[in-house]
Write a protein that binds this ligand. Structure first.
Ligand SMILES: Cc1ncc(COP(=O)(O)O)c(C=O)c1O
Length: 372
């Protein structure tokens, strides 16, 4: 394309899109030799019965998937004790997050989120021209209700609460969220992506608080991140409008089949969840022994403050050289942390071995420096 033409095309981007850089495409995807502990995936295979449903669904590849995800929404409604019109199904819960921004925000509006929080929300707010109000709160068991209701968050069109929170792993008692929902006239988006690893959940709020919209995903606790199944539960008027602005055929036939089958076989995941909670505690203890400071977590990941001397980015890169991927967040307050997803025992042993190796190596280097 000529320079003149591409300039003309680029100048037609919306104000929002103009503010974004094109994504670089130079980084190769990590191969299967990497231990992926950076995206809070659940590394176990699907239960056999669910996998059989996925394979059978492949044979319906020539058909469009069911309109409006009716059977999947019905199955979720049955499983969670709701009515079908209280349920929306998404291509992952991130699709539903995007719909919420689209449905509720005009440029110049604001949204509020506890910080640190799920950073995808910052991008969504930016894309919709919204002001993103971050309320700092790092405390477990605590919700800064006044700060979420008054001050800079007062006019927020909705408040985002992830419970358990990502990346901290902290969990706020549902009674606190209920207090907020009772006092607030705004929509509360309660993102329960990690709730199956936590002691409680907010499902019971749905029928009593029309301003609560709850999000769930099968990416974390049901080992289906690559299949993309998420749900929103809320008041039929809110859910119905969100469904109305959703893309046609937003999910595929495999997502439908897997979603319905997981809903019917949730008990098959008991061992999976038990394993992850057990590994979470084992790795937290081991990391503490190695000089990290680890927050108690109610999710399938740990946020660990790295030992003094190096920052989180340094640790992320040092681990990546050993083929272990963990998450690092450059934002203020998280510079000295890494977030490590909890996987299989084998993956976690590989991670702990790599950490020990890095610590040994840097202590040898320090000793050599002292000698010289
Ligand atoms: C808090 C939170 N919400 C939502 C999501 C999106 O999950 P998915 O789109 O896979 O359902 C994530 C993924 O990391 C998350 O951490």
């Amino acid at each position: 394309m000529s320079d003149v033409k591409i300039k003309s095309v680029l100048s037609s981007f919306s104000h929002m899109a103009k503010r974004l850089e094109p994504l670089p495409s130079d980084k190769p995807a990590p191969d299967d030799n990497y231990v992926r502990l950076n995206a809070n995936e659940n590394p176990f295979p699907l239960p056999k019965v669910v996998m059989q449903r996925a394979l059978a669904a492949m044979e319906r590849q020539y058909l469009y998937p069911e309109h409006d995800n009716v059977s999947l929404r019905e199955a979720a409604a049955d499983a969670y004790g709701l009515a079908k019109d209280q349920v929306i199904a998404g291509n992952g819960s991130s699709e539903l997050l995007g719909l919420i921004y689209k449905a509720f925000l005009n440029p110049g509006d604001s949204v509020a989120m506890l910080s640190p929080g799920f950073s995808f929300n910052r991008k969504l707010a930016m894309l919709h021209g919204a002001r993103f109000v971050e309320i700092e709160c790092n405390k477990a068991n605590f919700l800064p209700i006044d700060e979420l209701l008054f001050g800079p968050a007062e006019k927020a069109k909705f408040i985002l609460l992830a419970n358990p929170n990502n990346p901290t792993g902290t969990f706020v008692p549902v009674a606190e969220i209920e207090r907020l929902a009772a006092q607030s006239g705004h929509l509360i988006v309660l993102d329960e992506a990690y709730v199956d690893f936590a002691p409680d959940n907010g499902l019971r709020l749905i029928d009593n608080y029309p301003n609560v919209l709850l999000l769930r995903t099968f990416s974390k606790s049901y080992a289906a991140a690559g299949i993309r199944v998420g749900f929103g539960f809320g008041h039929p008027e809110v859910i119905g409008r969100l469904r109305n602005i959703q893309n046609v055929f937003n999910m595929n036939v495999i997502g439908h089949a897997v979603g319905i089958s997981i809903l019917a076989h949730r008990a098959a995941y008991q061992e999976n969840h038990k394993h992850i909670k057990h590994e979470r505690e084992r790795v937290a203890f081991a990391l503490a022994q190695l000089g990290f400071s680890v927050k108690p977590s109610h999710a399938n990941f740990l946020l660990a403050r790295v030992p003094a001397g190096q920052d989180g980015r340094w640790w992320q890169e040092a681990l990546e050289r050993r083929k272990i991927l963990v998450a690092f967040f450059p934002e203020k307050g998280l510079e000295n942390y890494i977030r490590v997803s909890v996987g299989t025992k084998r993956q976690m042993d590989a991670f702990l071995n790599a950490v020990s190796g890095i610590l040994d190596r840097s202590s040898i280097q320090n000793q050599q420096l002292e000698k010289n």
